[in-house]
Ligand binder design. Structure first.
Ligand SMILES: NC(=O)c1ccc[n+]([C@@H]2O[C@H](COP(=O)([O-])OP(=O)(O)OC[C@H]3O[C@@H](n4cnc5c(N)ncnc54)[C@H](O)[C@@H]3O)[C@@H](O)[C@H]2O)c1
Length: 341
C-alpha cells in the first residue's frame, strides 16, 4: 500500500534525519514536511531532492485539510533550552496544539508517533530514570513550558489511545547530538564545537559536573526507525531512547577542546534548574528493540560531528544562543570563520 505521511518539524535536526529514513521505504508515496522554520533550516529538506517530499512552510497548528495521512510524526518543537525558554507560548502551542491538529489529520486507524523528551523527568531524584519514574518537574520553573508541554501532550495522546484506540508510539529521547544541528542551536555539543571553530571560548555553565547521556544521532534514528515502523511492536511507549553512558558536560567540553587547537573554556553562571543528571534506564527499549544498541561512544560521535561542522557550516555571523543572554538569542558577534588545522 502506498502511504501518505506527515512529518511536523521535519526541517529540524531529528526531523530531517527521520525524513531521510522514511525515504528509504518503498511503501511511502508522499511525505508532507510541515515546518515553520523557527529552529529548522530549509536546506535540511532540500538536500534530499526527492519528488515524494512536499514542503509546507507553516505552523503545524494551522495546517489545513482533514484526515489525509496514514502516519504522522510529531517532532515540531524546539529542543534547545535557550530557544524554548525564550518563547513559552509558542513552545506549548507547537507541542499541544500541534498534536491536536495532527490528530485531526490522521486517517482512521493511522499511526501517531511523537517525540516526547527525557525532560518529562525534570531534575530526577532517581537514576537511571525508568519510564515508570513520574518525574520531578517544577511547573513554575523556567523550563516548564517545554517540560509540561511534553507531559501534557503525552497525557493527551495516551488518553486518546485509551478512549479512541489511537495507534500510538511515543519515545522519550535523551540528549541527542550529531551532524545536521544548526551552529546557533545552543545545545552543549553543537555550541562547544561552533564556538571552538570560531575561536570563541566554550562556556561551561556552573561547575560542568552536571551529567548527560549523549546519544549520537544515527543510533537514535536506528531506534526511531525500528520502533516506529520496523519492529512490528504494538507497545505504545513511552520508551526511553538514548545512550546510557553518563558523561559530564565538562568532560565533553575538554574533549572538544583537545580536538580544536587553540580553543579554550570559560565558566559562566549556572543555568536555573539545569538538571544535575540525566541517564536513561534502557531495559524497556532493549526488550522491545532487541536488535538496537546505542553503539557510538561520545569520543567517536564528537569527532564525526566536528568533521561535519568543519565541512558544512559557516560560523560567520552566527548569533550564538546563550543562557547568559537570558535565554534569548544574543546579538550577532560577527564571527570570523576559523581555519582549523
Ligand atoms: N535533539 C534532542 O536532543 C531531543 C531530545 C529530546 C526530545 N527531542 C524532541 O525531538 C523533536 C525534534 O527535536 P530537534 O532536536 O530536531 O529540534 P529542532 O529544533 O532542530 O527541530 C524542531 C523543528 O520543529 C519546527 N517547529 C517548531 N514549532 C513548530 C510549529 N509550531 N509548526 C511547525 N514546525 C515547528 C522547527 O522549525 C524545527 O524545524 C522535538 O519535539 C524535541 O522536543 C529532541
Amino acid at each position: 500500500m502506498s502511504k501518505s505521511i506527515c512529518v511536523a518539524g521535519g526541517a529540524g535536526f531529528l526531523g530531517s534525519h527521520l525524513v531521510g529514513r522514511l525515504l528509504n521505504r518503498p511503501d511511502v508515496s508522499k511525505i508532507v514536511v510541515v515546518d515553520n522554520l523557527w529552529t529548522g533550516l530549509v536546506d535540511n529538506i532540500t538536500q534530499y531532492n526527492d519528488p515524494r517530499i512536499v514542503f509546507e512552510h507553516r505552523d503545524i497548528e494551522t495546517l489545513p485539510g482533514a484526515a489525509m495521512f496514514d502516519e504522522v510524526y510529531h517532532l515540531a518543537s524546539p529542543a534547545s533550552p535557550p530557544w524554548y525558554m525564550a518563547d513559552p507560548a509558542r513552545t506549548i502551542s507547537a507541542n499541544v496544539a500541534g498534536a491536536l491538529r495532527l490528530l485531526d489529520l490522521l486517517k482512521q486507524g493511522g499511526r501517531f508517533c511523537y517525540t516526547s523528551s527525557s525532560e518529562v523527568y525534570g531534575d530526577p531524584k532517581v537514576t537511571p530514570q525508568p519510564e515508570s519514574y513520574l518525574g520531578s518537574v517544577d511547573c513554575t520553573g523556567p523550563r516548564a513550558a517545554y517540560d509540561e508541554g511534553k507531559r501534557c501532550t503525552e497525557a493527551l495522546l495516551f488518553n486518546m489511545k485509551r478512549t479512541s484506540g489511537l495507534d500510538l508510539r511515543v519515545v522519550r529521547p535523551f540528549n541527542v547530538y550529531g551532524p545536521g544541528t544548526r551552529p546557533d542551536d545552543g545545545r552543549a555539543v553543537s555550541n562547544f564545537i561552533s564556538r571552538a571553530l570560531s575561536c570563541r571560548p566554550m562556556t561551561i555553565h556552573g561547575s560542568g559536573l552536571q551529567t548527560r547521556s549523549w546519544g549520537y544521532v544515527d543510533d537514535i534514528l536506528d531506534a526511531f526507525e525500528q520502533y516506529f515502523w520496523l519492529a512490528g511492536t504494538d507497545h505504545p511507549g513511552p520508551i526511553n531512547i538514548g545512550n546510557d553512558e553518563e558523561i559530564s558536560v565538562l568532560e565533553v567540553a575538554r574533549y572538544v577542546s583537545s580536538l580544536v587547537p587553540g580553543s579554550n573554556l570559560e565558566f559562566g553562571d549556572p543555568v536555573p534548574q539545569d538538571p544535575s543528571n540525566r541517564r536513561p534506564d534502557l531495559s524497556l527499549a532493549r526488550s522491545i528493540l532487541p536488535n538496537w544498541k546505542c553503539g557510538t561512544n561520545y569520543l567517536t560521535g564528537i569527532v564525526k560531528t566536528l568533521d561535519w561542522f568543519r565541512l558544512n557550516t559557516q560560523t560567520a555571523n552566527v548569533a550564538f544562543v546563550d543562557f547568559q543572554a537570558g535565554g534569548r538569542r544574543a546579538p550577532s558577534p560577527q564571527l570570523a570563520i576559523a581555519t582549523v588545522p
